[in-house]
Design a protein around this ligand. Structure first.
Ligand SMILES: [Ca+2]
Ligand SMILES: [Ca+2]
Length: 161
């Protein structure tokens, strides 16, 4: 009886609404299950809170990669990470549980750039070595939200010298 009551209490505090359906790219929650991007080809996805979406693109040594994640609707609280083929973080935004508190805490290696373009976010990184580079999209939470947040996006990777 006690466990039933506790379940009810948790439900009322957090959320009774079920999470939204996810995209057809799942599972893609870590680098081992990343969705491979072809340069210049846009891929649509949905980032649900607590469920990372990871994408990979192959780059040549001494090149540059530009990831663009365009807004397609819903709550739009994404945080981004980029890792190199060795797992070294090139760009990092912490998931804080506060949708708004992102940009000031962005970690960038020298030569990396993260720009809010209004209806999209552009993330440019230097690719020093050849191999797979990984973009992770994580939907953050909102302090007052009663249900998990989601963001619909379209992601593209382009390669340059
Ligand atoms: Ca997803
Ligand atoms: Ca995922």
């Amino acid at each position: 009886m006690r466990s039933v009551l506790r379940g009810v209490a948790v439900c009322s505090l957090v959320a009774c609404a079920p999470p939204r359906a996810d995209d057809a790219l799942e599972p893609n929650d870590d680098r081992d299950s990343a969705t491979l991007l072809s340069p210049g080809v846009a891929v649509k996805g949905r980032a649900n809170e607590h469920d990372a979406d990871v994408f990979a693109v192959q780059a040549a040594a001494d090149s540059r990669i530009v990831f663009v994640a365009a807004d397609r609707g819903l709550e739009r609280c994404p945080k981004f990470q980029v890792h190199d083929p060795g797992g070294v973080e090139l760009v990092g935004q912490p998931v804080t549980g506060a949708c708004e508190a992102a940009s000031g805490e962005t970690r960038l290696i020298p030569g990396a750039l993260l720009q809010d373009l209004g209806d999209a976010v552009s993330i440019e990184v230097p690719a020093a070595r050849a191999g797979a580079y990984f973009l992770t999209i994580m939907e953050d939470g909102g302090e007052d939200s009663v249900a998990p947040l989601s963001w619909d996006y379209e992601v593209t990777a382009t390669l340059g010298p």
